[in-house]
Design a protein around this ligand. Sequence first.
Ligand SMILES: Nc1ncnc2c1ncn2[C@@H]1O[C@H](COP(=O)(O)OP(=O)(O)O)[C@@H](O)[C@H]1O
Ligand SMILES: [Mg+2]
Length: 227
Amino acid sequence: MINMSQITKVYNTGNVAFEALRGIDLDVADNEYIAIVGPSGSGKSTLMNLMGCLDTPSSGKYELEGHRVDALTANQLAEIRNTKVGFVFQAFNLLPYASAYENVELPLLFAGMRARERRMRVMELLNRVGLGDKIANKPTEMSGGEMQRTAIARALANRPKLILADEPTGNLDTKSGAEIIRIFDELWETGHTVIVITHDINIANHCKRVIKLKDGMIFNGIGARVN
Ligand SMILES: Nc1ncnc2c1ncn2[C@@H]1O[C@H](COP(=O)(O)OP(=O)(O)O)[C@@H](O)[C@H]1O
Ligand SMILES: [Mg+2]
């Protein structure tokens, strides 16, 4: 699913260049369940943004499902991203004035899905994350766990195979966090590739593979356990 070789990412701020990723070699097969761990500033979010085609690397080669994506234009990247990748963020990133229903509907509207089909798909998605009875609630009327479940339903709207989550339980209590991980388990069991950035050792060890980042490099990619 993912083939990265010698990926670097340099951020230029003012006239200072900072190398956030320094030569990442990484292969991810279909239907893996991976945790990415590492200290703050080690490049986890940068790596995830590249994996999900939110950004392009400064150098190196990246193939996503066989497509060369390291040198695409912003529009080409957006097209790949919208069909192949679902994102889940720590801060949920829901539209504050829109209901759960409308938040999940948005990517389907953008994709041009017709009204009847859209209604069925939104309900299917919200039922799948256990929110069939909260469709009219706005983010201010939801718990953190409910907001994150809405965000997952939205991430799944266009049936992406790859689910990328950046500290998805970072703002949640233990019980809500466990519910989110249970949903990721189900997604993995139904064939998705799930990659989760996490600070939670229990979640990392629950995943089937742990990638440790430090100073922009992977220092133990295969079969690592966090202790
Ligand atoms: N847009 C940006 N512009 C400049 N520097 C950035 C940018 N994004 C991240 N960085 C820097 O790159 C490094 C890695 O950041 P990040 O990938 O967010 O790390 P992590 O997610 O592991 O905490 C940090 O030193 C951060 O300050
Ligand atoms: Mg981060």
